[in-house]
Design a protein around this ligand. Sequence first.
Ligand code: FAD
Length: 416
Amino acid sequence: MTAERFDAIVLGAGMPGSASAAQLTLRGLRVALVDRRAPGDETSFGNAGYIDTAAFLPTTMPRDLPTLLARLRGDTPHVHVQFTMLPFLMGWFLRYWRESSPERILAAAARLAPLASHATQAHLDLAAEAGVPHLIGANGLLRCYRTREGFDGGAGDRDLLRRYGIEVGELDGAGIAGLESALRPTLRFATFMPNTRHTSDPGALTKAYAALVSRGGGRLVAADATLLAREASGWRLETQTGPISAPHVVVALGPWAKDLLARFGISVPIAVKRGYHMHYALSGNATITRPVNDVEGGFGLNPMAMGVRLTTGAEFADRDAPPTTTQLEACERLAREIAPIDRRLDATPWKGARPNTPDSAPIIGPAPGQPGMWLAVGHGHWGMGLGAVTGRLVADLVTGAAPFIDPGPLGISRFS
Ligand SMILES: Cc1cc2nc3c(=O)[nH]c(=O)nc-3n(C[C@H](O)[C@H](O)[C@H](O)COP(=O)(O)OP(=O)(O)OC[C@H]3O[C@@H](n4cnc5c(N)ncnc54)[C@H](O)[C@@H]3O)c2cc1C
């Protein structure tokens, strides 16, 4: 059967994939955006919604033994480890440990900062193009601390952010109350980043970018991406509505990217950090108007279209294993200490899976040994914020335009 011809096939309609497909469409390409579900219904649906030019600070593994052991034991809800996964994760953990040294943290920040510095503008431009600028708010981000020791422990991060020109304020309890009167005095200090943006509906923002593809003459296509095959003129995919083909394919399958790439002999060092969310009503007339991160509690409270969204830290578990309740329940107890949390609004917690590289930067660039295949994977904790700018870089690479930043440091060869 003759395949329907496109200029590019984008596999995966999460935020990085949808934004890549949208940016390619805006450059005049006819794009097939492929997913087995609707756009933005997986990890890109349930995150905390930060859109942040500060999204270059790597997440790290504690290198002092007491903190590391406390995290592994689950003494705080930052991390939950499914111990049966340890043999499978050991190699990745060793790389993560290596990337968590002070020198490597600086190197990781330098690697990602050029991309992150364009992240907010890329979203504002794309949201305007998609007709949804109202989905991105501009109230800043509060990273709050319960103790002086915790706040002092964040000094290194604040210095690093300032070194890259990020505006960072320091608040005491009164300053926090001045911005968010519903928060309890349990939170005594905060780092305030006034220029961080926030989307009140990450799933809707992703869908709006995906809709640009059909508006530009392309198509959203339902298919199983693992059926991708190479052919003489590029790539071919069997879909529910017949075969499609294109000279370029962009792999943006998030936590599922490894499954497909292994078939083409490409190994990506991606481990899954699962996370949960639940929406809550607040008591009485209380409101939270900007994302609030309880750094020592290990969770976030984020004002969303659906209610106040509590988001959890990292759960190292099998990607496809049933959800657990430990982390969310612990975070919920702690959230009641900082805000007037009332009732749950969802029947069950949402679960997602962050696709993490050891150095916290995504892998964007050509796939080794596979001409015409491009990678946009491994966005970890930052795929919502970095999604639009990832699309911009992918569009430069696929169309052969001069890239707006040097893409070399983000390529997969850094792991070889
Ligand atoms: C609790 C939590 C909070 C977070 N908070 C933030 C935040 O505040 N800011 C931020 O920037 N990031 C945040 N993130 C991270 C962000 O959500 C992810 O980095 C991002 O969503 C990853 O996008 P993705 O497209 O790579 O993956 P996904 O959104 O999961 O998309 C992958 C897509 O591939 C499709 N797919 C998979 N396999 C196949 C197949 N075989 N065939 C067809 N389609 C397939 C899936 O259906 C899916 O639509 C958070 C994550 C979590 C879990």
